[in-house]
Design a protein around this ligand. Structure first.
Ligand SMILES: Cc1ncc(C[n+]2csc(CCOP(=O)(O)OP(=O)(O)O)c2C)c(N)n1
Length: 273
């Protein structure tokens, strides 16, 4: 399917807007997950502003699609998307992580639009798999999307969920793997090499699509293809850049969860404008 230029541009702009929101969310002098938020921003923009059926007025609407942030440490990105989509005020974002506030460092149930508590890496795909199975058993058409980190794939539970999801033929389940090549402490290749990622998911019985995770047309095409695939779940392996859009953070392990100085904060917002 071809997508209009205007639509592609609008969604790319959304991605940049989410990145700016993340920077505002983190602020100055407080640790925050800039790198993994920026690598996933275009994927999340495509889901929340194009692909997924959601109703901000009624977050628990029965007809909704489900999104699970298995790499829950980038909660600020999901909060940015939910706020921009109208689930809660954008002005609340900078209060993220205030003691007792409803936007905490990892997503938790009770925040509008959050389907599960995530952030203990490895669990989100199992949760999504169970939801997809339940929806199927009830004969419902809702879809489930799970964003998984490439470092997160070190967790054995990811592969248990991968195996059972294909055994159960969960074609309403789509895992999106943010393949930015870095985890918290270094390059995936140096810590625990995971390549060939696509072949591994294929071997577990999944339909696999590899894309440039910053190319909006490729993202939309992959999401449509995933929806059309019958009899097995789809894994979209999205090649991305950690810290995408911020020159001094791109591909820098240090920006996994580093606090920004005032100068860095200003420069990041300037570059993302
Ligand atoms: C079970 C568990 N172990 C360790 C952590 C700490 N931790 C948070 S983020 C992270 C690295 C994740 O890397 P990746 O999935 O590639 O995320 P990204 O680079 O996209 O931010 C780790 C080890 C955690 N949250 N949960």
């Amino acid at each position: 399917m071809a997508y209009g230029e205007e639509m592609i541009k609008a969604l790319k702009d959304r991605g940049q807007q989410l990145r700016r929101d993340c920077i505002r969310c983190i602020g100055v002098g407080v640790a925050g997950h800039v790198g993994g938020s920026c690598s996933s921003a275009d994927l999340v923009a495509a889901l929340y502003f194009h692909k997924m059926k959601v109703d901000p007025e009624n977050p628990e609407w029965e007809g909704r699609d489900y999104f699970l942030l298995s790499k829950g440490h980038v909660a600020i990105l999901q909060y940015a998307a939910l706020a921009e989509r109208g689930f809660f005020p954008v002005d609340d974002l900078p209060h993220c992580k205030d003691i007792g506030f409803y936007l905490q460092g990892h997503p938790h149930l009770g925040t509008p639009g959050i389907e599960a508590g995530t952030g203990s890496l490895g669990q989100g795909l199992s949760l999504g798999s169970g939801m997809a199975l339940g929806l199927k058993m009830d004969g419902k058409p809702n879809r489930v999307y799970v964003l998984v980190g490439d470092g997160e794939m070190d967790e054995g539970q990811i592969w248990e969920a991968a195996m059972s999801s294909s055994a159960k033929k969960l074609d309403n389940l789509c895992a999106i793997i943010d393949n930015n090549g870095l985890q918290a402490q270094g390059r995936i290749e140096d810590r625990l090499p995971s390549e060939p990622i696509a072949d591994k998911w294929r071997a577990f019985g999944w339909n696999v699509i590899e894309i440039d995770g910053h190319n909006m047309e490729e993202i939309l095409t992959a999401l449509d293809e995933a929806e059309g695939c019958k009899g097995r779940p789809t894994a979209i392996v999205a090649h991305t850049v950690k810290g995408k859009g911020i020159s001094f953070a791109e591909n820098q392990v240090g920006f996994h969860n580093r606090a920004l100085t005032k100068e860095e904060y200003d420069k990041a917002l300037e570059e993302l404008a």
